[in-house]
Design a protein around this ligand. Structure first.
Ligand code: F6P
Length: 511
């Protein structure tokens, strides 16, 4: 049977730009979710027929979206939705990024934020409309003539906190439009079997989650519970989600925990007569493909330039988007404390801090970026000598340069306040040429799999992080190589093909 897979996410695998002459050029969409889904879909092979539904994010995307039909992004048919700019802005910037991201990462400055007034109600209406646009598009893609025979009826994979309402909206639309008329996966007593939702972020515990207005908190949970399977990168986030379902909705929650190492179900939530399986699917990296990419000339050229600039000094590397959750400021403060309290490292270490732009439409992000720049400037000024600059801060995104830095790193610093998974913590050890020591926040989802071989830190504890940097710098070569190899093996254990394939298998694909 031909496999039909529909993916829905805010950002898609391709984005368009207008050139100077008005022509359209494309670039690959960025971020861990895009990489995981793209590579996972590629691994399904030619038997699979896929469509990726995403939002048009720019004027150039909108121009493409208005032509309707699908365009190809990394070989995957993509359908972009031309959602009205003001609706998109309120759904994406105000609700998804300013409210849900802050909630799920527990980032609110609670004496001042959040504040749910009339404006938020308008924003929430837009979030609903935005989710409805996705549900409508999914229905159109699902209800093909082939689906009516049961052949090629789709599995639907809905991504992330932007689209919490879409699973329920899609399920309800499917029921009311089709009832039991369809065969196959979309037929029978439960016409919508085959809907997965995956959250790439952490989930908040009930006490924090309850900051949301009651109806909003309930709607988000109820929306995800429209799926047959709700996935998370780590058991901790899956458990927090189930706790919210019990505390906020009063749903019937059966927690089983993971049966063994690796992906699998951790519980079931029954609500409004429907059972949603809650599961953990950690996303790792395709080690072979990553190493192959790192052998390319552009990466080698960057590696040469970085090595020449650093000389034989040790390298502490970090690579992040400049998001508040990434904790870049405390990471810099820890490096400053290392240099202040261990003068023996002055002149012998360089910190490469790559902090790439993110969500600059939000004032909080712009202010945070300024804070990062200012602290970096202070550190350079405080410790710089005639022949040594302790810190190189790069804010312009450069993927090959990031790969080169990871290949050269002696120490990789990944210290998020909270993180759904964190791919850099996995890519770094895979790319490392001599084995790197990983200083890792215990609040990253990746800590669940990498804890044994990383140096775990409390991300709020600057002194502990400075101590861990010291330990990492002093780690004997043999231990660093042993730990680095173990980290790389763990990271390679759940490549995107397995991550996505496992989700589809649990939804019945190929059965
Ligand atoms: O990939 C990491 C992530 O946190 C995903 O959860 C999410 O899809 C993405 O970032 C969103 O980022 P952006 O707002 O830049 O599209």
């Amino acid at each position: 049977m031909n496999q039909r897979v529909l993916v829905a996410s805010n950002r898609g695998p391709v984005s368009y730009q207008f050139g100077a002459d008005g022509s359209l050029t494309t670039s690959r969409g960025g971020g861990g979710m895009i990489a995981g889904v793209t590579d996972g879909l590629a691994a399904l092979g030619p038997e699979a027929s896929t469509t990726w539904i995403c939002a048009a994010l720019s004027d150039a995307d909108r121009a493409v979206a208005r032509r309707r039909g699908t365009s190809a992004g990394n070989g995957i048919p993509v359908r972009m939705l031309d959602i009205a700019p003001d609706v998109f802005d309120r759904a994406y910037n105000r609700v998804a990024n300013s409210t849900l991201w802050f909630l799920l990462h527990q980032l609110f400055d609670t004496p001042n934020q959040p504040r749910f007034g009339r404006e938020f109600r308008r924003d929430w209406e837009s979030y609903l409309a935005y989710n409805e646009a996705f549900a409508d598009a999914l229905i159109e893609e699902a209800l093909t003539p082939e689906a009516a025979t049961g052949e090629g009826s789709p599995q639907v994979l809905i991504q992330d906190y932007h689209l919490c309402l879409a699973p329920r909206l899609f399920r309800d639309r499917l029921r009311s439009r089709l009832g039991g008329r369809l065969g196959g996966r979309l037929g029978g007593a439960d016409p919508a079997a085959g809907i997965g939702h995956f959250c790439h972020t952490p989930w908040a515990p009930p006490d924090y989650y309850r900051m949301l207005p009651d109806d909003v908190g309930r709607a988000l949970l109820d929306g995800i519970l429209g799926a047959d399977r709700a996935g998370f990168h780590a058991e901790r986030w899956a458990t927090a989600f189930m706790d919210c379902c019990a505390a906020v909705l009063g749903a019937d929650v059966r927690r089983t925990g993971l049966a063994g190492p690796g992906p699998g179900p951790v519980g079931r939530v029954t609500y409004r007569g429907h059972v949603t399986e809650v599961a953990v699917h950690p996303l790792g990296v395709d080690a072979a493909a990553l190493r192959e990419r790192a052998r390319a000339g552009d990466v080698r050229a960057h590696a040469g330039a970085l090595r020449r600039a650093a000389g034989d000094r040790k390298l502490i590397v970090r690579v992040d988007r400049t998001e508040l959750s990434k904790n870049i400021v405390r990471g810099l403060a820890a490096y400053r404390e290392l240099l202040a309290t261990r003068p023996q490292w002055r002149g012998r270490v360089v910190h490469l801090a790559f902090a790439y732009p993110s969500r600059s439409a939000l004032a909080e992000y712009r202010a945070y970026t300024d804070q990062v720049r200012e602290l970096a400037r202070q550190i350079s000024e405080e410790f710089r000598t005639a022949d040594w600059d302790p810190l190189v801060l790069e804010v312009k995104d450069d993927y090959p340069r990031s790969l080169a830095a990871c290949a050269l790193a002696d120490v990789l610093l990944v210290n998020p306040i909270r993180d759904g998974m964190n791919l850099v913590a996995q890519e770094g050890p895979v790319l490392s040429e001599r084995g790197c020591a990983l200083v890792l926040s215990r609040e990253a989802g990746a800590a669940a799999t990498l804890a044994a071989d990383a140096l775990l830190v409390n991300p709020y504890d600057v002194t502990e992080t400075a101590d861990a940097l010291q330990r990492a710098l002093e780690m004997p070569d043999a231990e660093r190589q042993r730990r680095g190899a173990a980290l790389a093996a763990t990271a390679a254990a759940d490549p995107p093909a397995r991550w996505l394939g496992g989700q589809l298998a649990s939804l019945g694909l190929g059965s």
